[in-house]
Write a protein that binds this ligand. Sequence first.
Ligand code: ZN
Length: 188
Amino acid sequence: MARIVLPARQSLPNEEPHESTQVPSLYARALPLRTLASLAMVDIVDSATRSRMMSGIRGRNTKPEMLIRSLLHRRGFRFRLDARDLPGRPDIVLPRYRAVVLVHGCFWHGHDCNLFKWPQTRPEFWRDKVGRNRANDDKVHAALLAGGWRVGVIWECALRGANRDIGGVLTRLEQWLKSDAPSFEERG
Ligand code: ZN
């Protein structure tokens, strides 16, 4: 049986391995969950498996999404966990309110906020990647609205930083869920 040895915290490299799907180190610092997960994976899986895991981690169950989900749950909201049949596989689906909530990471979704900066390395790659993510977001948003869903977007920058007001975000989200308004957005 293979022994799995994880590197000690202080011996971790500053730079993550070069891989197209990984967050550049500048952003990795802002995304501790992904960083830890990717570093832990480096030595124990092959690169194909790691790619799959990274794309899974990036897309599903990221930390801000889990936070919103658990706070909504605590306020008595119940949702569907598997939204594979809906455009964009939204993070949080509340059928009773005919609403979906998307929690967007500011880097991957190219938000015009202070959490987003273009990486210094491989600028064309990132412009292409983030540009496609943005275009896809627009398409998903429109498709959800067309399907009769109400769409809420919570940006990562609303949940991070010194001025964050997570209680306020949740209160406004709750008010929106109980309203008839088609769209909702929270940003930092
Ligand atoms: Zn943002």
